[in-house]
Design a protein around this ligand. Structure first.
Ligand SMILES: Cc1ncc(COP(=O)(O)O)c(C=O)c1O
Length: 417
């Protein structure tokens, strides 16, 4: 029996955007604001050494989660910076011809449904003389090794593809792509922001050279993240974005965000212990959410591959409802819609558009992402709320009436005024 008592409102189903900080993480961070406040770069006194010990411990905690060597972990301000450092840093370091030579500086492979924090650094490099292939994803959203193989060229310097998509949760063929890149001596970066801390990660098994991740997606604080930079076979070099004191092996100068780093470390330790159980529990809750909605409502679709995706994210489009009205009707549920606010207008999500979801359906899509403290009661409540809202909106829709009468709306000749 579903539990229909009202949970505490609003309900947070937007964990792919950010997660609350785990209280155990906050507890680990607290001493680093006040008593252990030293600069880890201060080599001459205890204050510095203690801060450095905190950072070292965090580095070990991160490395344990992603199965790397601790020396390969570079701390940054988040996945956006990690992506910029990896993409720009590698492209410029491994360029085939210098800027201004009139020749192509090298070729990069990415995909049209990457996060903006990957697309935009790639586009900037394009303006600066690199050639970029943005792969066109198939309907299921999954980039395969075959697709990458077909796009590889002799002058390809970098392949950058996300581990799992932030809007639809689909998982790319990372291990196969890693193997392919290794066999062709091409640097392989993956934006694993939605993957690390949720699913088992093994950078060597996947033949990844560079991997970005972020603390605030895994119950750690905001404004801190990391980049795995491989040190052996090959030893990856990067041109830094920020020069200065030479911290983080010279890849990222600036006094370390010690409290944030300690929090990220603790978040990784907890993830290592709890992510397997979380994934099973959240997978069951998502199944309930999807099954209930799709069995009680017609004309709705789940976007992206049904199996090869993260267990805690679903993206559902509802036909015959208007996106804004739907969001208004389910205000108590904090989630993302398939519309992105640009300066002037509401644009349909480019991710959904690129996997072939039409503009109307993209606008009336919801991304619901579950997290560590999502309860069954919250899911039951959300199901009722969404189903009721969609039914109500459809009751007002003449198009839905026509659809139910069996009229093929694509063949209707509308009067133009
Ligand atoms: C796939 C992906 N990459 C990068 C980012 C940016 O991460 P951060 O907020 O740590 O800069 C996000 C988060 O929005 C993301 O989902």
């Amino acid at each position: 029996m579903p539990d229909l008592t009202t949970p505490k409102l609003p309900i947070y189903l937007d964990h792919a955007a950010t997660t609350p900080c785990d209280p155990r993480v906050v507890e680990a961070m607290l001493p680093y604001f006040t008593s252990i406040f030293g600069n880890p770069g201060s080599r001459n006194h205890r204050f510095g050494w203690e801060a450095e010990e905190g950072v070292d411990k965090a580095r070990r905690q991160v490395a344990a989660l992603i199965k790397s060597d601790e020396k390969e972990v570079i701390f940054t301000s988040g996945a956006t910076e990690s992506n910029n450092l990896a993409i720009r840093g590698a492209a410029i370091m491994y360029e085939k011809a210098p800027e201004g030579s009139g020749k192509s500086r090298g070729h990069i492979i990415s995909c049209a449904i990457e996060h903006k924090a990957v697309l935009d650094p790639c586009k900037r490099l394009q303006k600066e003389g690199f050639e970029v292939t943005f792969l066109d994803p198939p309907k299921d959203g999954i980039v395969t090794a075959e697709m990458v193989k077909a796009a590889l060229r002799d002058d390809t310097v970098l392949v950058t593809l996300m581990y799992a998509n932030n809007e639809i949760g689909t998982i790319n063929e990372i291990a196969q792509i890693g193997e392919l890149c290794k066999s062709r001596d091409v640097i392989f970066h993956t934006d694993a922001t939605q993957w690390v801390g949720k699913m088992p990660t093994d950078v060597y098994a996947d033949n990844v050279d560079l991997m970005s991740f972020s603390s605030h997606k895994i119950y750690g604080p905001k404004g801190v993240g990391g980049l795995f930079v491989r040190r052996k076979r090959p030893r990856v070099r990067l041109t830094p974005l920020v020069d200065g004191g030479g911290q983080e092996r010279g890849f990222r100068s600036g006094t370390l965000n010690v409290t944030g780093i300690v929090g990220l470390g603790k978040a990784c330790e907890i993830a290592g212990q709890e992510m397997a159980a979380d994934a099973i529990r959240l997978g069951k809750l998502r199944k309930k959410l999807e099954d209930s909605i799709t069995s009680r409502l017609d004309t709705c679709q789940i976007n992206g591959h049904r199996e090869k995706r993260l267990p805690h994210i679903t993206n559902i489009s509802f036909g015959f409802v208007e996106g804004e009205s739907l969001m208004m009707a389910i205000k108590e549920i904090a989630c993302s819609s398939g519309s992105a606010c640009t300066s002037a207008s509401l644009e349909p999500s480019y991710v959904l558009k690129n996997i072939g979801v039409g503009d109307d359906l993209a606008h009336s899509s919801l991304r619901l992402s579950l997290g560590r403290w999502t309860t069954e009661q919250e899911i039951d409540y959300s199901i009722e709320k969404i189903v009721t809202a969609v039914k109500k909106l459809r009751d007002l829709s003449p198009l839905y009436d026509m659809h139910k009468e069996g009229i093929d709306l694509s063949k209707v000749e509308w009067a133009h005024h």
